[in-house]
Ligand binder design. Structure first.
Ligand code: FRU
Length: 483
């Protein structure tokens, strides 16, 4: 078989073929979760940027639809968002159901470099799109002005847009009554991670856990380089938004300590009876995306994740957990533990079975061990190590033996996320393995590591290890997953 078969994820979204990057225009409409995405319909590298399209009823199974917004001779269609204009503010409807309106960045075809915000609209529920004849709708004559995220702001009764001045490390806010005329409200930044240019902002009202009715404003913005794991990554500011400007009330935080979570945006118009904030991100890194080794497709989305904010007294933390829909994909279940490891003083490795598409929950009791954890996709010299480092008190992912990945230090350097044991002394995490990806969630989703791996098809074993002392694997529950 070819590489694209054995690395292609079973549950994570990929294009039928060719390159993808950012999720775009996530919107729930007519009972379906729409996923638009940056797509090169002609090849496996970045270029000819257009909006691909897929839909799902359960966030697990995706149906591919025709290209939604194509590049044209003058412009590529860069990232942006979609809203349902159910109040008919834009006049772009045809008298039937409310139109879907996409607000996206039109980037002039090279060698020109101009970027401005355009509209396209659909009156058939999102399948066929027409570019608005009055484009651009927001043009400040800039070259790095992009990624508009638009939402309806109820209290002020108007549309609000967050959009970046990428090189200025600024999120600009604009308002509009009709999606066609925009006026500048305020600017946020530079602040937090500013080493790389800023991209793909999202301003989300997220429920605060265990505080019924309370919500927090979360401003996410991606940074092209300078993430602590190397390369690109996402940071969030939590604070207040009064309809005019955003004020951060605490320092910026990185939301994923792995290398491969970028350009996430949240779904718009999720029905009130669902009430969740759900997002997903592009599971890749601008540092090495072009060098990932798959042949006929390139790029996957993360698993869709539910967001909430946790008030731990000292700070508000953004937490991400896989959507519960994923549980429907669980098949065979295995349990193991308790298992004392490394008691004799020697490093120990034990087999726990095999699999390349797994969902597992693991609980450890740290002892004297310097490190303990799991070896995923082992075979020959290959293994991806996911464990806990006692000295650093940190969860880590080590891809040094994860197969023929991009030749880049960012891919080969172990990553650490601070993680203290729970109140009962245990260390636990949830892990999703899907052929070429590992997503680790700990501390109620406040600690996340998302990473690509490229092991050989035969590397399928799952093992536990301890080194430098003893630790107890208290329990592991593991399911195979199947779409
Ligand atoms: C982020 C990004 C966006 C831009 C798009 C182009 O990955 O660079 O800023 O709109 O990709 O594909």
């Amino acid at each position: 078989s070819t590489s694209e078969d054995f690395w292609r994820p079973a549950l994570h979204f990929t294009a039928e073929r060719f390159w993808i990057n950012d999720p775009n225009g996530l919107v729930f409409a007519c009972g379906q979760w729409h996923l638009f995405f940056q797509h090169n319909p002609q090849g496996n590298t970045w270029g000819h940027m257009s909006w691909g399209h897929a839909v799902s009823r359960d966030l697990l199974h995706w149906r591919h639809l025709p290209l939604a917004i194509a590049e044209d001779p003058t412009h590529m269609a860069f990232s942006g968002s979609v809203v349902i204009d159910d109040k008919g503010t834009s006049g772009l409807g045809d008298g039937g159901q409310a139109p879907l309106v996409a607000i996206y960045t039109a980037c002039a075809q090279p060698p020109a470099r101009h970027q401005a915000q355009h509209l396209a609209f659909s009156n058939d529920g999102g399948t066929r799109w027409t570019k608005y004849a009055g484009n651009p709708v927001l043009d400040i004559g800039a070259e790095n002005f992009r990624d508009p995220k638009v939402f309806w702001h109820g209290p002020s009764g108007r549309w609000v847009m967050a959009v970046v001045l990428a090189h200025g490390r600024i999120v600009s806010f604009y308002a509009s009554a009709d999606l066609k005329h925009w006026s500048h409200l305020s600017d946020f930044g530079p602040e937090g991670g500013v080493q790389g240019i800023w991209e793909c902002p999202d301003l989300i009202s997220v429920p605060v856990k265990d505080h019924a009715g309370r919500r927090a404003w979360v401003l996410k913005v991606d940074v092209f380089e300078g993430h602590p794991s190397g390369g690109s990554g996402a940071q969030v500011f939590i604070g207040d938004f009064d309809g005019q400007s955003f004020q951060s009330t605490q320092p910026a935080r990185w939301i994923d300590h792995g290398s491969d979570f970028y350009a996430a945006i949240s779904w718009a118009h999720v029905p009130a009876e669902d009430g969740r904030s759900v997002w997903l991100g592009w599971m890749n890194n601008h540092r090495y995306a072009a060098a990932t080794p798959t042949l006929s497709w390139c790029g996957a989305m993360s698993i869709p994740r539910v967001l909430h904010v946790r008030d731990d007294g000292a700070a508000l933390l953004l937490c991400q957990e896989p959507v519960s829909e994923l549980q429907a994909a669980r098949r065979e279940q295995r349990r193991c533990g308790p298992l004392g490891l490394g008691a004799g003083g020697a490093d120990e490795v034990v087999g726990l079975g095999a699999g390349d598409v797994l969902d597992l929950d693991i609980v450890w009791r740290p002892g004297t061990a310097r490190e303990f954890g799991l070896l995923l996709r082992c075979g020959g010299e290959q293994a991806t190590r996911v464990g806990w480092d006692a000295e650093r008190r940190a969860l880590f992912v080590d891809r040094r033996q994860s197969g023929p990945g991009p030749d880049d230090p960012v891919f080969r350097s172990p990553q650490y996320a601070p993680l203290a044991p729970q109140a009962d002394g245990s260390v636990r995490w949830r892990l999703l393995l899907d052929r070429c990806s590992v997503e680790v969630f700990a501390d109620g989703g406040a600690v996340v590591l998302t990473n690509l791996i490229f092991p050989s098809p035969g590397s399928r074993e799952l093992k536990a290890f301890v080194s430098g002392g003893a630790a107890e694997l208290v329990t592991m529950e593991c399911w195979t997953l199947e779409a």
